[in-house]
Design a protein around this ligand. Structure first.
Ligand SMILES: [Mg+2]
Length: 189
């Protein structure tokens, strides 16, 4: 079976990080208001960021995460044809020593919403590029530098400006949703 490496944030779901940020700032930002990866820049000063991240220590950002349409259904189908590994970074650079909660919350999220996946194949790391897979799906182009045969950039607020030429040069294809991934990966298996 081919190995499939799949990211969590902005690929399987959107966490409630932005909702918490809106509560904190008393704003009403939508995710597509942002074009840069680090949306917490909207918090402004480092002092404000520290205050906000202190609040996050008691929050589960994955309990009510918005799972993307078709993600569960498609992964269930792909699970019959591929060895699926979920690979996600969990250490927040603003609170590295408190980041254990993100490992737990992401693990719980996967167990609850994707019960058919094998938890032995959950990988929590920021060093995604050391893992070798046949196919990799991520929303961050810099995470797709490895030598997977098929590299899929999942469209997200921060990567829409990446051109088809840039994608081609990076040996990546773009998918906007899980239906497109299903069409791409199930058709060939
Ligand atoms: Mg991601």
């Amino acid at each position: 079976m081919e190995k499939l490496l799949i990211d969590i944030d902005e690929v399987l779901c959107q966490s409630t990080f932005l909702d918490e940020m809106n509560k904190f700032l008393k704003t009403n930002y939508k995710i597509d208001d942002f074009t840069e990866y680090y949306i917490d820049d909207a918090l402004g000063s480092d002092e404000n960021k520290q205050k906000f991240y202190k609040i996050l220590e008691d929050k589960d950002l994955y309990k009510n995460a918005k799972i993307y349409d078709g993600a569960v259904k498609t992964l269930k189908k792909l699970n019959d044809f591929y060895e699926i590994y979920i690979c996600s970074a969990c250490v927040m650079f603003c609170m590295p020593e408190k980041s254990g909660i993100f490992f737990k919350h992401k693990f719980d999220f996967l167990i609850k919403n994707f019960p058919f996946l094998n938890p032995d194949r959950f990988i929590f790391t920021g060093a995604k590029n050391i893992f070798k897979a046949d196919i990799q799906i991520d929303d961050k182009l810099s995470n797709l530098k490895g030598d997977a045969k098929t590299k899929i950039l999942f469209t997200a607020y921060h990567n829409k400006q990446i051109t088809s030429t840039e994608l081609k040069n990076a040996n990546c294809v773009r998918c906007d949703n899980w239906q497109q991934i299903e069409n791409l990966l199930l058709k060939r298996s």
